[in-house]
Design a protein around this ligand. Structure first.
Ligand code: XMP
Length: 504
């Protein structure tokens, strides 16, 4: 495997993704936490950083146990850090080269740059440049503005590149990373969905033995893939609980339940609609609604799990972005996210998270390998609190019904026209706004529904989807004609930031 030392760059996760795309397993660790267990480590990548190496607060780590012992690739700050700590000079550049640049020259015999094309575009994003390097550094690439765009340290398998090979805009970045992973580090490149499934199932069997495990299914990709993996490992000792909180999409509870049973999962469907509606009655404040829904879920889950007896483990579909310890400028901030927060302690259960090392696209690849239907694998993300955060203001069963109908028309329309796969997430929002309309000879005074569809890769940023006017027109028409209580439809054309994907 490859270890990526994270100096806080926004691109660190991208490095990991690219390495995984090369069918090579890798792990991101904080810049100063090189694993003590060195088994299987074949190479090290030093990430970029928001800092300048000359900054007094710059992140520093001692590389003496790493350099010369493992192949090393420093990227951007990583390269500057190598130069800086070896007696080279890094200075803030007069003419900053940001964004696209062309390789003016590179050493075609260099192992790292083998196969990289002349003049190929590379992506720069740092205010500093390496202005001088020690004699042991051999120059292997330059751009117009940056003389030291790539270097190799003689006598060790250590390279540094000033640009970011991991970003898409670096045309031959993948070739360079492949050279590093395959030819420099000698990785076997056999990390595939099939090998992941095989080793994970074996690990789960070993770890869990004959214990019983409970898992909360949400109908989403992550929990579904986690469930199928566990089912493969321990069969009926896995009990899945799927709660209807009354805030799911139209027919979702029934459809998903049927799907799961079809796949041979041991699923308990719990209808808790009334409990949620009761607790939510009259509540309008978004955060309060979220808390009530979260707490309600934990109560229902806890109650049902207790009835099962002898449960030892709680399984969750947590994925890699949720567990990566990310760095903030002020120091270490650990982003920890648990789908069912607080449950393991409360129920005194051990936690098992079979997907905690996978990215979302890898979860999907594993899911396909497990023969889970495209219907489940290709699903858009759906927020935990469900339609609860898409009904602005207080929630009533009637409003849920209205929104379910409108949402269904929108989503089914997207599926029928093949647009569903093109957008990252879509849904309808019920606005607490009445407006005047006219239907037949009658004046109406009814609700407005907003449609939202976005393009994104991770939900952190998003752009509104430019859906065809004809399509939007038809959906609007259908909603107004078929859904009683709605007489106006609007389309949300805000991006994130500054807006968010959800309205609450
Ligand atoms: P925002 O609205 O913050 O949403 O742009 C980003 C992504 O997160 C989802 N989301 C949630 N998911 N619990 C969840 O499990 C929540 O409370 C929640 N709020 C937002 C949202 O649907 C989008 O995919």
């Amino acid at each position: 495997k490859i270890i990526i030392l994270d100096f806080g760059s926004q691109y660190t996760q991208l490095i990991a993704r690219r390495v995984r795309e090369l069918n090579t397993y890798c792990e991101i660790v904080p810049f100063n936490k090189f694993p003590e267990d060195r088994d299987g480590i074949k190479g090290v990548i030093l990430s970029g950083s928001p800092f300048s190496v000359n900054d007094p607060n710059a992140l520093y780590t001692d590389l003496s146990g790493i350099r010369g012992k493992y192949p090393v690739l420093g990227v951007c700050y990583g390269a500057q850090f190598l130069a800086h700590t070896s007696g080279g000079k890094v200075e803030s550049a007069d003419s900053r080269e940001y964004g696209r640049a062309q390789l003016k020259w590179h050493d075609e015999d260099d192992t790292l740059f083998k196969g990289v094309r002349n003049n190929s575009t590379v992506w720069m994003s740092h205010g500093d440049t390496i202005t001088s390097v020690p004699d042991s550094f051999k120059l292997v690439a330059s751009t117009d503005e940056v003389r030291v765009a790539g270097f190799k340290i003689e006598g060790e398998k250590t390279w540094g590149v000033q640009f970011h090979p991991e970003v898409y805009h670096s045309e031959d970045g993948k070739i360079l990373l492949n050279n590093f992973v395959k030819d420099v580090c000698g990785c076997a490149q056999d990390w595939t969905p099939a090998s992941f499934i095989e080793s994970t199932v074996a690990m789960l069997k070993e770890k869990i033995g004959n214990d019983k495990v409970v898992l909360a299914l949400s109908g989403g990709v992550d929990s579904t893939v986690a469930a199928v993996l566990l089912n493969k490992a321990i069969g009926r000792n896995l009990v899945c609980i799927f709660v209807d909180n009354g805030l799911l999409r139209k027919n979702e509870f029934e459809n998903v339940l049927k799907n799961y049973e079809h796949m041979g999962l041991n699923v308990l469907g719990i209808d808790a609609k009334d409990k949620f509606y009761k607790a939510l009655a009259g509540v309008t404040e978004p955060e309060k609604k979220r808390k009530i829904i979260g707490k309600g879920f934990i109560e229902v889950f806890d109650e049902e799990a207790r009835k099962l007896k002898d449960i030892k483990w709680l399984a969750q579909g947590t994925i890699y972005p949720d567990v990566i310890e990310s760095l903030s400028i002020t120091g270490m901030v650990i982003k920890s996210h648990h789908n069912v927060g607080g449950l393991p302690q409360k129920m005194n259960l051990k936690l098992v998270e079979p997907l905690r090392l996978l990215f979302k696209d890898e979860v999907r690849r594993v899911g396909r390998e497990l023969k889970i239907t495209e219907d489940l694998i290709g699903r858009h993300p759906f927020p935990g609190p469900g339609l609860g955060v898409r009904i602005l203001g207080d929630i009533t069963p009637e409003k849920v019904r209205v929104l379910q109908e409108a949402d269904h028309i929108f989503i089914q329309g997207l599926i029928d026209t093949g647009l569903y796969k093109e957008v990252w997430q879509a849904g309808a929002i019920l606005l607490p706004v009445q407006s005047v309309g006219v239907m037949g000879d009658e004046r109406t005074y009814e609700n407005a529904v907003a449609l939202r569809a976005v393009l994104s890769t991770d939900g952190m940023t998003a752009d509104w989807a430019k859906l065809p006017y004809d399509f939007l027109g038809k959906v609007s028409n259908d909603i107004i004609n078929k859904v009683r209580g709605v007489n106006r439809v609007v389309y949300d054309i805000s991006s994130k930031p500054p807006a968010t994907i959800e309205w609450e």
